[in-house]
Ligand binder design. Structure first.
Ligand code: AMP
Length: 355
């Protein structure tokens, strides 16, 4: 067990790390953030900060030697230096989970091996391959780079087969996956936390709404008609966590179609669709992640209110903080980012509702 008073190392310096560090502080831990940019919103609320590149194995090894346990809050980190870190200090979640999630093609194959159902897909390495795959999967479909995509980046929608060349240019010829477009009834995510002893807790599943590939809002409960799909999603997420021997929070995103759960993607970390748990659940995803990686008992995940709405504040929307503060149901979170660029997640607001 890593007792309160110890130091947690967080690789990655964004808002997920910031909220993890705040939860860790509440439990009496200190956090040491490692991130490449001089400005880190996680470092703003942490005891220590090391600026370093994610591929600087020597610097990450020094960092590992200075903390008692380590985790990561960002997915696009090379896994070799993380593997080396794991030889120096306990590192959770396991690097295998990150490796699986980093490559959309491998991720889908892994999910199928566990009996899960992704959208129809094909791996794409060149334009001829894309044209052939489009003939099979059809349009509309979505071309996604295998690696380094997030918040809708590295994705292009294909409405008709004659758009293949333009789409291939748009992903700059990177190895990709073509996915059939799913006319879903709703999107939801499974949020779980697994302890080192194998105990798994789930939070209620939020219904998620995306625009332009970015999460706009999460609502709990997810609403009528999703129970069967959520149960299927839970069973799959449970198998994923067990198979990877995952420790910490994991989120798995799904499309609900006619009562079935179509796998979209998994994240071996705390997740935007779980931000509502800070005020909306007995124990937040951030606190339970800290508890799991430190070997503490996991906290209860029940709802703190009959209905919870989380809305992201993207770009200039964060400027509306005065009105949000005037709403007694609203809990405002601003991430301390200086530059409100369009499409950038600047904060979120969670409303606890009784109706
Ligand atoms: P992703 O980054 O892959 O999770 O995609 C972001 C969002 O784009 C998803 O949450 C969906 O709203 C939409 N999307 C992605 N892939 C598909 C698909 N195959 N069919 C329908 N919508 C999709």
């Amino acid at each position: 067990m890593i007792a309160p008073g110890s130091t947690i190392g967080i690789v990655g310096g964004g808002q997920l790390g910031r909220m993890l560090a705040l939860a860790a502080a509440q439990l009496g831990y200190e956090c040491h953030v490692y991130a490449p940019d001089a400005e880190s919103v996680a470092a703003q609320v942490s005891a220590r900060f090391t600026q370093g590149a994610f591929d600087d194995e020597a610097a990450l090894a020094r960092f590992a030697a200075e903390v008692d346990v380590a985790t990561y809050e960002f997915e696009n980190i090379p896994t070799a230096p993380l593997r080396a870190m794991a030889g120096i200090v306990p590192l959770h979640p396991p690097v295998e989970a990150l490796e699986t999630a980093q490559d959309r093609l491998e991720e889908k194959g892994f999910i199928q091996s566990l009996g899960g159902r992704p959208a129809p897909y094909a791996g794409i390495d060149d334009l001829a391959g894309l044209e052939a795959a489009l003939a099979g999967i059809g349009a509309p479909s979505i071309l996604k780079t295998r690696r380094f995509g997030y918040d809708g980046k590295g994705q292009v929608r294909i409405e008709a087969p004659d758009e293949a060349a333009a789409a291939w240019d748009a992903v700059r010829g990177q190895p990709s996956v073509l996915e059939g477009f799913i006319a879903f009834d709703a999107e939801f995510s499974i949020l779980l936390c697994r302890a080192a002893d194998g105990e798994i807790v789930f939070w209620d599943s939020p219904r998620n709404r995306h625009e332009g590939g970015i999460l706009v809002a999460s609502s709990v409960p997810a609403g009528p008609g999703l129970g069967k799909a959520i149960a299927e999603g839970r069973a799959l997420a449970d198998r994923i966590a067990e198979t990877l021997d995952h420790v910490g929070v994991m989120a798995v995103e799904f499309f609900a179609v006619g009562g079935e759960a179509i796998f979209n993607e998994m994240a071996p970390r705390v997740h935007n669709s779980g931000h509502w748990t800070i005020e909306g659940a007995r124990t937040s995803q951030f606190e339970n992640h800290v508890r799991a990686i430190c070997g503490l008992p996991l906290g209860a995940t029940g709802l703190a209110s009959p209905r919870i709405e989380m809305t992201n504040l993207v770009g200039a929307e964060a400027g509306g903080w005065r009105e949000i503060l005037a709403d007694p149901a609203a809990h405002l979170h601003l991430y301390g980012k200086a530059d409100a660029r369009p499409g950038r997640k600047m904060g979120h607001v969670t409303r606890l509702l009784n109706d």
